[in-house]
Design a protein around this ligand. Structure first.
Ligand SMILES: Cc1cc2nc3c(=O)[nH]c(=O)nc-3n(C[C@H](O)[C@H](O)[C@H](O)COP(=O)(O)OP(=O)(O)OC[C@H]3O[C@@H](n4cnc5c(N)ncnc54)[C@H](O)[C@@H]3O)c2cc1C
Length: 452
């Protein structure tokens, strides 16, 4: 009899593991309490980027004259926007569900917990069921962190999950947190015409990023009238009827019609019965080895619950690695998942993307690197697109020429970074990029130029 893999949570991690394992003959049961596709489709990646795309279309209308067009202003139609976001998520959820079903994955809509190390208990509309599992994957994701000093009301004090789209578009909004999610929300609301204040706890937005990269974004925020409240931590948020009052620890106070929290996430691991069966956890995250295996050999964790990189792409790859382990190891040469080589992007304007070794990281460790930087303004395509902002930076080993990392700020950075990500993963040299025949006119020409 085939081994049975029981997966709790149908986000990117669970789905990738399910399809990869089922295709290779494993009996897979996938339990999901909300919707297949997970938080990634319902609340996080897909709706946020759908809204940002609509916001970008609105921003475009403001620059129509520069493109040789008659200027027309656009208005938000909340109903149409809701239908658009719902339409995209429904379609993606349908695609994944069909794929899983076509591969023979048994889908159960219900809430699961571990009854014992080899038994998963499911509560569904049709009652309770206990399923024997040879292998278990816990991929239950995470949810927004809500600190004890604030109580979101879904009306004026919002979490990111209340914004797809919000019931009314805020006249003004305070975004608490200036990490990736915070800057994306600040950008999104500014594109829709809201007056945005961003509470930045340090002296730079995106504190973990290259200061040069953060500076381009800050410049764009200031140009668009986004107010940056630097060195301030929000301490309380109060809904006083027609507005919210945000008080910071340095005495500063902001009054806006709305506020949104973007201060990280917490793992969905409580109530799963994991501690009871002896799974080692830290701060609610399941501790895993490089095979995504917990301390109990047949119990794996992937995605946000593993406390590694909270990215949908990483979750999917972890899920795939788990499936490889379940089928007895990969068929071809094995590569461990290298979290340091994950590309990531921030969907602001301009977009920001990076991969691999960062300049600051190399300097801090004393590693010798070669850095080459080319502004997009030197390419024909950026001028044609009417957006010459930003640059491409490639970091390589001066002795061997091997590409170690890079960052891109500018239009389509999230797409273009894939070229550098491939180079980093495949140990390509800058000469490989330099000698590639890229399209002209294309923004990618800046990559070839930076490789010279
Ligand atoms: C606003 C925002 C925007 C983001 N944008 C991006 C982006 O553009 N790109 C990117 O790569 N990442 C993005 N992320 C991060 C990304 O969403 C997560 O890293 C990703 O969703 C993690 O996938 P996962 O499989 O671990 O979990 P999830 O997608 O969270 O799925 C977990 C699933 O498990 C289910 N579940 C939980 N408990 C149980 C239970 N007991 N029984 C049954 N089912 C259960 C949940 O209902 C959920 O459907 C964003 C995050 C946020 C907050």
């Amino acid at each position: 009899m085939a081994n049975r893999l029981v997966i709790i949570g149908g986000g990117p991690a669970g789905n990738a593991a399910a399809t990869y394992a089922a295709r290779r003959g494993v009996e897979v049961v996938l339990i999901e309490r909300d919707v297949i596709g997970g938080a990634a489709h319902l609340w996080d990646c897909v709706p946020s980027k759908s809204m940002i795309a609509t916001g970008a279309a609105m921003s475009f209308t403001r620059s129509m004259q520069e493109m040789g067009l008659e200027s027309r202003s656009a208005e938000v139609d909340v109903e149409a926007l809701t239908a658009r976001v719902d339409g995209i998520t429904d379609r993606l959820q349908g695609n994944i569900t069909n794929l899983l079903e076509s591969q023979g994955v048994r889908l159960i809509k219900g809430s699961a917990r571990m009854k014992s190390a080899h038994e998963v208990e499911v509560q569904s509309a049709s009652g309770s069921e206990v399923i024997h599992a040879d292998f278990v994957l816990v991929s239950t994701g995470s949810r927004p962190r809500i600190p004890e000093w604030v109580r979101p009301d879904g009306d004026r004090i919002l979490t990111t999950r209340d914004c797809y789209p919000p019931k009314v578009f805020p006249e003004s909004i305070t975004v608490i947190g200036s990490g990736v999610t915070g800057v994306e929300f600040a950008h999104m609301f500014a594109s829709f015409g809201s007056k945005v204040t961003l509470v930045v706890s340090r002296q730079q937005v995106l504190p973990s990023k290259d200061p040069e990269v953060a500076a381009v974004l800050e410049e764009d925020f200031l140009r668009r009238g986004v107010r940056l409240l630097k060195g301030a931590r929000a301490q309380s948020i109060e809904n006083v009827g027609d507005k919210v009052v945000v008080k910071c620890d340095d005495g500063r106070q902001v009054e806006t019609t709305h506020a949104v929290l973007a201060i990280g996430s917490v793992p969905n691991t409580e109530g799963l019965g994991l501690e009871e069966i002896g799974v080692v956890m830290k701060d609610g995250y399941i501790q895993i080895n490089r095979h995504c295996q917990s301390n109990i050999e047949h119990i794996y964790a992937a995605g946000d619950v593993s406390g590694k990189l909270p990215l949908s792409s990483v979750a999917s790859m972890q899920g795939r690695k788990v499936a490889e382990q379940v089928i007895g190891g990969p068929k071809g040469p094995h590569r461990h998942l290298d979290y340091d080589k994950a590309a990531s992007a921030i969907f602001t304007e301009p977009e920001i993307a990076d991969v691999g070794l960062a300049e600051a990281e190399a300097f801090a460790s004393g590693r010798k690197i070669r850095v080459t930087k080319v502004p997009f303004s030197s390419t024909a395509k950026a001028l044609i697109n009417n957006d010459p902002r930003g640059f491409v930076k490639i970091i390589s080993d001066p002795a061997t020429g091997v590409v170690l990392g890079g960052s891109i700020v500018g239009q389509h950075a999230a797409e273009l970074i894939s070229v550098i990500a491939l180079a980093v993963t495949a140990n390509l040299k800058v000469s490989d990029l330099e000698e590639s025949l890229f399209v002209h006119p294309a923004l990618a020409e800046a990559l070839a130029e930076a490789a010279e």
